[in-house]
Structure formats: structure tokens, C-alpha cells
Design a protein around this ligand. Sequence first.
Ligand SMILES: *Cc1c(COP(=O)(O)O)cnc(C)c1O
Length: 390
Amino acid sequence: MTRDPAWLTDDLEGLKRSHLLRPRRLVKSLGPGRSLIDGRELVDFSTNDYLGLARDPRLILASADIPTGAGASPLVTGRSEQYSQLEQDIADFEGTESALLFPSGFAANLGSVAALVGTGDTVFSDRLNHASLIDGCRLSGARLRIYHQDSLDSLDQQLKSAATSPRRLIVTDGLFSMDGTVAPLNQLCDLADAHDAMLLVDEAHATGVLGNTGRGTCEFLNVEAKVTLRVGTLSKAVGAAGGFVAGSAAIVDFLWHHARTQVFSTAIPPATCAAASAGLRLIAENNQLQQHLQQLATRLRQHIARLGLDTPSVDGPIVPIILGDPAVAVSTSARLVECGMFVPAIRPPSVPDDTARLRISLSAAHTEADVDQLADSLAKTVSPELTARG
Ligand SMILES: *Cc1c(COP(=O)(O)O)cnc(C)c1O
């Protein structure tokens, strides 16, 4: 038996009162774009499996009969054949001199930011950045400056006031995960250049999704050559697991020695590496999945415009519908489940207060009919809610 401290149960009671309690759902895949969630068969608009590769037989086959454990950190035991091949495949895919693997995208951000800056330095972070970048900034011990992407003049000022910092680093998501918008990378590159700052772009949601060859937002906006470091994940569009950084040979060598989340954590298992290499190969060989995804996104945006729903203008497969109140977001999501659609409610602290939302995540595994059916369901569930508010 264990005894829970009173503050702990108080905390959970508080979450419940604020409609912020999260269920630990049981989910089972039922094939392309469909899941059995808590016993119900639903069209699943919740995953980051943007190209439908997470259950692709070609990735499963590529990882068959390959060891499932790595044994230790890559610095201690060395890199497996599949691990080293995957690092080479990533560098080839990204068109960079080199690449370095991390146990996850979260670990890649945490470890890279904390290695690149420290006490006395200054790090500049978009206010909508992913938690892993925010935590990396905090862990680094560098002075933290938060900026708003729609007022970059103030970032310019902040950079000016940090002129005496030995190192300056700007960190940003490429494609913002809760808004679906693309970072103003052209302006950020100019500012980084003007103030001799490093720029790290997190491509977690954009790899395999944006850019002509699927390299992400830096390719999409044609700024790859100006960015210090790109971070990515193999757990979203690539359909496997693990994180990576892609950049110059020197920065990769530096992080190999200094990024603690990679130095002190067990390497990605060889079987997972082989699956990730297969996923990257599929993305590089043809862009049909990427194109289908883009068509679905365009189709959904047309529906949303017709319905007059509140969504930021977006370029990719993430389409949020801002509802404001967490309770409204939760009840709307529940009504969509009644229609056979799973669209998760996203609430604080994942998004700022008063911006609770539905977050639609499209996948190439969906069909046009899925998207049309979703639009019908949104018309039945969300619009009355907004009318009630307005
Ligand atoms: C998902 C995500 C990560 C973390 O990647 P994992 O491989 O899932 O740990 C990092 N950054 C952003 C923006 C993400 O959305």
C-alpha cells in the first residue's frame, strides 16, 4: 500500500474542476485513418502519422529480424550498423554534411539547446514553441527572452540588448504544432544574420510534409543555407521513432560530445533505425503521399471557410478550430465522437489560456470522403457552439 500526499489529490481535483483532466485512452489501429478508441470505431484525426507510414508493411518488413535493443549509449557501445546507416540517410535526405540521432525529438531539442548556450548567454524563444524547446531553454541556464512572431521588431531590440552575450541563439518551431502556421523564417534568418546569432529550427511537424522534397519549412521557405541547425523527429511523418539534428560536420561533432540527452541515454534500437531508414526512403522516392495530404488539407480548408469557423490560415495538415473555453472544446470533441470522428480537444497548458481548441490532424491515410464527412460533422457540432457564443 502507498499513501498519497494531500496536495497530490488536491491537484487532481483542481484539474477536474477546470475540465483539464486527461483520460488515458486505449487505442487500437483499424487500418488507414481509423482507430478503435475506448471500444468505439472512429475516423482518427488525432495522430501525427501524417503520411500513414506508422503501420506501413514496408516499414514493418524492414525492421523484422533486427535486434530490438541497443544495449547502451552510442558513445559507450558504439553505433549499430542500422544506426550509422540512418544517420547517413538523414544527412543525405536533408542535404547536410552530417546528422546526429537522439532517443526522441524531445531529447534532441532539450540536449541541443542546453549544449549550444549556457550561463551568460541569451536564448530567444517564440512564445508558441513546443515544450521541448522551452525546457531546453530553461535547462541551459541562459537568459531567456520570449518573443511574439507578429512583432519581430521587439526581437530585434532584444537581440540588440544581448550584444554582450558571448552566444545568442534563436529557437523556433518550423510548423507550429497547435496552430498549424509556419514560422517567419526569412525574417528570423535576417535577424540572426544581423546580430550574429545562431538559429535552430524544429521541423518536427514539417519533415515529410512541407517543401518540394519533404525536408520541411526551411526548404518550403528556401532558407536552408542560412539556418544553423535543423531538428527533426522520426516519430511523426517518417513513421518510426527517434529524434535527429542535421547540420554541419562541426556542429554535429560538437553535439556528439556535449548534448547530454544523447550522451547519457541508450541509442535508438537497430530495428527502429531500419524502419526509419525505410520511411525516409519512401518519402524521398516519391511525393504522392505528400501531394495527397496537401490536397486533403486544401479540401478541408475550403470546407472550414464555407462553415465560417475560426482557424488561423495554415499551410499544412494541422487545422485548429479555436473555441476558447476548455469545457466547450471537450464537449464539442465528445459530440464529434458521437458522429464517429475523433478530433481531440487541446487545452492549456498545451495552448495559451482562453484558446482551447479542436485540433484536426490530417493524414495521407485519410480519403476525401473522410474529410467531407468530418466537415458535415463539424457543421452539426461546432457551428451551433459558435452561434451560441456569438
Ligand atoms: C512532437 C514534437 C517534438 C518531440 O518529438 P518526439 O520524437 O515525439 O519526442 C518536438 N518538437 C515538436 C514541435 C513536436 O511537435
